[in-house]
Design a protein around this ligand. Sequence first.
Ligand code: CP
Length: 310
Amino acid sequence: MANLFSLNDLTINDIKGILNRAEQIREMGREGWFEPRHLLVANLFFEPSTRTRTSFEAAETRLGLKILDFSSNVSSTRKGESLYDTVRTMEAVGAEAVVIRHKKDRYYEELNDGIGMTILNAGDGAGNHPTQALLDLMTIRQEFFSLSGLTVAIIGDLRYSRVARSDAEILTRLGNKVLLSGPEEWKNDQIPGTYVSVDEAIASADVVIMLRIQHERHEQAMKMSKEDYHNRYGLTKERAARMKPESIIMHPGPVNRGVELDSNLVESPHSRYFKQIHNGVYARMAAIEWALDLNGKSSSPRPVPMAEHL
Ligand code: CP
């Protein structure tokens, strides 16, 4: 059993193994649902989420795991329970793993001692978002049949985006050129990459990743209007027209239509926005299998006959 806090903790072989398994499960289609395994997991989301939460739930359901119902707004967190005590409680009621999203950077460091079960990081503050990086790699490889030698532009709120850090770090490790761009005040020298203008980044990239503005982490309200941001740093129709013919647009979501990218581009032929979300289920299934070492433990992927439900 292993934890998944950051892809920096994994070898390239581990990461490629997870991605290969994710593709294998995707290709199984409806056959890629597993028998019940009688293992409990809990999804502890202390920040809002649509994609990560539901795709972890979909992944766990398809893997045959049992999901403990947990909502932070009706949990004893409201009475002052610490993260450690909540996680320790999940362990005490029998969970094999917890998936955690929390606003605190590196929240998992306070869980290192005393917790014996698997922890999967679903996003820590402006720290890391490892499963988003996995699904992004999966989407890129489906397009270019390679995980290296590409030029990837990451544009926008680099300072507060955990997706930017996770993507830039693993894309650099894999041998890609990472171009960074965005407002001066959101530059982040802790993220690997080369700063260029927005126009240059978009025109020269194979993959253009537009970032959501992380208003919830900003100490001050953004001074620019949304229209101003879109014109100066967004993927406008005009900039999109200058993209390389085979290039793709990605965005971790939720997308602010008309701000980071023109609304019409969200489902344009260049865009892989909904494909990323779809891939997230398989990437998370493979990540959970890896972390819990599920392969070979039980269960072949076969539809459960009706009689077994009776
Ligand atoms: N990409 C992502 O983390 O989206 P959610 O916040 O909706 O989970």
